[in-house]
Design a protein around this ligand. Structure first.
Ligand SMILES: N[C@@H](CCC(=O)N[C@@H](CS)C(=O)NCC(=O)O)C(=O)O
Length: 203
């Protein structure tokens, strides 16, 4: 299978980390959907990465969908509970982490507009969302080694990716201060080869 991804996309990083944790072989096709010569729209009408192209030609996109697909392969460690409310809870935390990414992308893109076109209200609204999500995640991480399982799962990976993206794009959010459980979780995550090998390039 082939993964279309840009090296800075946090959603794509989540999938690259899942693939690494499961030791699933894949071909990484680096393609930025922002470039004029991108081929991403040929496989994903949304024009977004990540997009996973199977050997059969079938394509899965939107990182939660791709994550769910990888779990069906039953290869390597399970990163989602098999079913029930436990699975829903992991996916809820994934949605919180992905929501941080959505808000961070909006805030970052807004901050890149010419100063006279930027909306401080838009940026602050997104930063508020990020702060609220971080506080909720701090509660969920408190007193635990991993967010919900006995070992690393999709919720941990999604949160680690979101924290890494804040470090890259919005370091002023200072997510570490007052959130010791997230700091401890991030240290466990960032030390793993799957995270270390997918650190986004600066810029
Ligand atoms: N909900 C999607 C979000 C994917 C996404 O927004 N990817 C960005 C890269 S970080 C993208 O491809 N943007 C291109 C565009 O919006 O045109 C997911 O989880 O996969």
């Amino acid at each position: 299978m082939k993964l279309l991804a840009s090296l800075t996309s946090p959603y794509a990083r989540k999938i690259r980390i899942l693939l690494a944790e499961k030791s699933l072989p894949f071909e990484l096709v680096v393609d930025s959907p922002w470039e004029a010569n991108t081929r991403v729209p040929e496989v994903n009408p949304l024009g977004k990465v990540p997009a996973l192209v199977l050997d059969s030609g079938e394509v899965f996109f939107d990182s939660p969908v791709v994550a769910g697909y990888l779990e069906t392969l039953n290869t390597g460690p399970a990163l989602l509970p098999a079913g029930g409310i436990e699975r829903v809870r992991v996916r809820q935390t994934e949605a919180l982490a992905d929501g941080i990414l959505d808000a961070a992308v909006v805030a970052f893109l807004e901050s890149k507009r010419p100063p006279e076109q930027q909306s401080a209200v838009t940026i602050e609204r997104q930063l508020d969302k990020i702060r609220r999500c971080l506080d909720e995640l701090e509660k969920r991480a408190s007193g635990r080694e991993w967010l919900s399982g006995k070992t690393i799962q999709l919720d941990d990976i999604s949160v680690g990716v979101a924290l890494g993206y804040l470090d890259l794009r919005l370091p002023q959010t200072d997510w570490q201060t007052g959130r010791p459980a997230l700091v401890a979780l991030s240290k466990r995550l960032f030390a793993r080869p799957s995270f270390a090998d997918t650190v986004p390039p600066a810029g």
